[in-house]
Design a protein around this ligand. Structure first.
Ligand code: FE
Length: 471
């Protein structure tokens, strides 16, 4: 069961061959997916051999195989984590009953929407990142971005499998829609706004993989708790791949911070642009932007939708099964920070409608751990500046104020980098910081990455702008 049959046209571990109708539906969708990939996948590298990992099993150990593949020939397929025998629904009104192997009829529309919304983010990020190969700072980074891209493509397959297998004609239509919307398109945008933003350079990409892919981790973790077992198993396997995307963001920004600090010390200035590095203040601006749009992905602070998803046993909390309460939360409360007039107050709110806030809090704590690691690098260089996650959305210029604004320790912190007037990032792309645009060329990323890289340099040539396609 764990093994994946690569002799099949669509590699899978769901015994696709025994379901002719589904197999045919997916085989019809496959060429359209490939068409989308050729149009919207990584630009300029489609004909190149790329060193990629491909899933060959869903076992915890040894599930990946590495080798050279042309991206359009990547073996996208359908891989679900192993079923847990005797699994019961962990939360909500149906808690304790056996998990569903079919869609519960009364929740059909809601469940479909959840799957489509998750599915839509996967191709969106590929579209957002498609130009970045051209300005890649190193082979290491190039290989990683393509790995991320093909895996996001596979995550799209995962959601499309669920739609095609369990939602009949509606599912087929949604599967088409996922290939028709385009990130940033005025007429047919992607569903969530963070996935319509531009990712114009590598600093932006690294922040995206840190902040926005981390939102993905939390959404997938909540869906992995679902009473609808096929969704749970799909998301559990997707999470194993997502971890690598987060690693890219955190270590990538670490490298940028490291080099900036080295140059700040060497030249005794914080204006390191002329030395080809990115100023900490610039990093803070991009951090604000990506953090802010990612926070928005968790939805409103008070949400009947979130309450319903939970009560219906469709979408749980982060680490639901590890929590020690009744997993129904009918009478429970949760402490939410709210803006009252000009003051931020904390109030106990009913737990169910506050579920978005609760997951967002988990997310924020997770982000903070990463930012702490970046700040440690800055401190180790004896620099008295701190990168900060502002909890006050007024500083971030976010769209909503209500409730999202958080208790601040008050004013600017020690040596804090001031936020840009429009800290949310509007205008950042219109008047690009020169240093940011050069992020792709900055050799600082290169140096850290070069050691031990197995990429065959002969397939590429170095250009002044970085590593490009020889085509
Ligand atoms: Fe993904």
């Amino acid at each position: 069961m764990a093994g994946i049959d690569y002799l099949e046209r669509i590699p899978n571990n769901v015994d696709l061959a025994s379901n002719r109708r589904l197999q045919r539906a997916l085989e019809e969708w496959q060429p359209r997916f490939l068409e989308w990939w050729r149009d919207m996948g990584p630009e300029g590298f489609q004909a190149r051999d790329v060193y990629l990992r491909t899933a060959i099993s869903v076992d915890a150990k040894g599930w990946a195989q590495f080798g050279y593949v042309k991206m359009p020939e990547y073996r996208w397929g359908i891989f679900l984590a192993e079923p847990e025998t005797g699994r019961t629904i962990p939360f909500g009104d149906h808690k304790g009953r056996p998990v569903w192997q079919e869609v519960p009829g009364e929740y059909r529309g809601t469940l479909r929407r959840l799957i489509v919304t998750q599915g839509d983010t996967e191709p969106a990020s590929v579209e957002q990142q498609r130009h970045l190969g051209r300005t890649c700072p190193s082979l290491y980074d190039l290989r990683n971005i393509f790995q991320v891209n093909v895996e996001e493509g596979r995550h799209l397959w995962a959601m499309v499998y669920l739609l095609q297998a369990y939602f009949g004609r509606d599912g087929r239509e949604e599967a088409e829609g996922l290939l028709q919307r385009r990130s940033g398109d005025r007429d047919k945008p992607r569903i969530l706004s963070a996935f319509n933003e531009r990712t114009p350079h590598w600093l932006s990409y690294l922040m995206f993989t840190f902040f926005t892919d981390r939102d993905g981790k939390y959404q997938l973790a909540c869906l992995a708790e679902s009473g609808f077992d096929p969704l749970s198993r799909t998301c559990r396997f997707m999470l194993t791949e997502e971890a690598h995307h987060l690693f890219i963001g955190e270590t990538g920004v670490s490298r940028v911070v490291q080099r900036t600090c080295e140059l700040m010390r060497e030249h005794k200035t914080d204006d390191v642009r002329k030395y080809g590095a990115i100023a900490l203040a610039t990093m803070q601006r991009y951090l604000n932007f990506h953090y802010s749009v990612s926070l928005d992905l968790f939805g409103s602070e008070v949400s009947t939708n979130a309450a319903n998803f939970y009560t219906m046993s469709l979408k749980g909390r982060f680490e639901e099964t590890k929590k020690d309460d009744d997993h129904q939360l009918k009478n429970a409360t949760y402490r939410v920070a709210m803006l009252q007039g000009e003051r931020i107050v904390e109030k106990d709110e009913p737990a169910l409608p506050s579920l978005n806030e609760r997951v967002r809090d988990d997310y924020i704590a997770d982000c903070q751990r990463g930012v702490d690691r970046w700040n440690r690098i800055i401190r180790e260089h004896g620099i008295d500046v701190e990168l900060r996650l502002s909890r006050d959305r007024r500083l971030l210029g976010g769209p909503r104020l209500a409730g999202r604004a958080r208790a601040q320790s008050g004013g600017m912190g020690r040596g804090q980098v001031p936020l840009a007037a429009d800290g949310r990032g509007r205008g950042l792309h219109r008047e690009p910081d020169e240093a940011c645009d050069r992020a792709g060329k900055v050799r600082q990323l290169d140096r850290a990455a070069r050691a031990g890289d197995q990429w065959p340099a002969r397939r590429f040539r170095l250009r002044e702008t970085g590593i490009g396609d020889t085509a």
